[in-house]
Design a protein around this ligand. Structure first.
Ligand code: DAH
Length: 339
């Protein structure tokens, strides 16, 4: 029997060395320690031994059992460790590998200029108004005091969808929509796309952007317009910038003016930016025409207002020294990344 126990120990040792998975451990356990296992069989046979022998054999049988049990525990641990190591190895990150280059987007120069402009006007208490790009002739022209036969229509080569519907040629229709909806006091700017049937060249594009401004309240005067634009221009181009109002004509304002600023590059001496003039035109403006107020149900005897329209592209081209408007629309990231 002792001999048999020795064999069991040896064969268990051999079996366990070949085990590579947890299922096999269970098989191994059943083979030796299960109800019909080899060790169990020996222990069952011990009843036939003399008490002396039983003691001796019992001790050895217990040793073998302990041996097998601890072998099982060790093997389980070895297999679990190996599995963990394999997993760690497969998940290793090599921090010395070169990184992948993620391309960052940048804000479009027009967006940057618009953000600055909005910040300045919001800082002065303006809010943002919006209107549709596909617009009724009524809002784009008629209500702005530009009737069907008015020559001002010729200066804006408008895309007509049909007799009554156009692609808006200016952001001024948002003035009308705002005054129809809202009673004074009104203080809004309205940025957006506008469309004109212009041939494309370095300074023209059939789609471009304007920012409209409108203030209506009791007692609004030309000096309020001047003051507002002065703050705006100084914030955008610096405190040394000077303003010049030139008389002009727009059907929806009376009086009307175009505004020049002293050249931000040469300060007024004359350079390539201002084409030697010392001044750069940046916007049109004026006091809202009483007829326009009336059309929107605002009594021109009680209220007055001013309006202005800024060409966003011009501001961006000058700010970033870009000499061709087409660059703004081509979406060449090598160009756009620079700003
Ligand atoms: N809408 C004009 C244009 O497209 C610009 C303009 C001029 C807007 C004077 C105004 C304004 O609000 O008062 O040429």
């Amino acid at each position: 029997m002792k001999e048999k126990l020795n064999q069991i120990r040896q064969s268990a040792q051999k079996d366990v060395s070949e085990i590579k998975s947890l299922d096999k451990i269970e098989e191994f356990r059943v083979k030796y320690l299960g109800k019909k296992g080899e060790l169990t069989a020996v222990m069952k046979g011990m009843g036939a031994l003399s008490p002396e022998e039983r003691k001796d054999v019992g001790r050895i049988a217990n040793e073998v059992r302990t041996f097998i049990e601890s072998t099982i525990e060790e093997k389980k641990k070895t297999i679990a460790d190996a599995a963990l190591n394999a997993r760690l190895k497969s998940e290793t990150i090599d921090v010395t590998m070169p990184g992948k280059n993620v391309q960052h987007g940048t804000l479009h120069p027009l967006t940057k200029v618009l953000n600055d402009l909005e910040d300045i006007f919001i800082g002065m208490g303006f809010s943002i108004a919006e209107g549709p790009e596909v617009e009724l002739d009524y809002y784009n022209f008629e209500a702005l005091n530009i009737p069907k036969d008015h020559p001002a229509r010729d200066t804006q080569d408008t895309f007509y969808i049909n007799d009554e519907v156009v692609l808006r040629s200016q952001t001024s229709p948002v003035q009308i929509r705002t005054m129809e909806k809202q009673a004074p006091p009104i203080r809004v700017i309205s940025p957006g796309r506008v469309y004109r049937s212009d041939a494309v060249d370095a300074t023209h594009s059939p789609v471009f952007h304007q920012v409209e401004g409108l203030v209506v309240d009791k007692g609004i005067k030309m000096s309020d317009l001047k003051g507002t634009l002065e703050v705006f221009v100084k914030k955008l181009y610096g405190n040394d910038t000077r303003l010049r109002f030139r008389p002009h004509h727009f059907p929806f304002t009376e009086p009307s003016a175009e505004v020049d600023i002293s050249c931000f590059n040469c300060g007024g001496k004359g350079c390539r930016f201002c084409k030697g003039e010392g001044w750069i035109e940046i916007l049109g403006c004026g006091m809202v025409h009483p007829k326009v107020l009336s059309k929107c149900g605002i009594d021109p005897d009680v209220y007055s207002g001013f309006a202005f329209g800024i060409g966003l592209e011009r501001v961006a081209l000058f700010r970033y020294d870009i000499d061709d408007i087409r660059l703004l629309y081509e979406n060449d990231t090598r160009f756009l990344e620079q700003f």
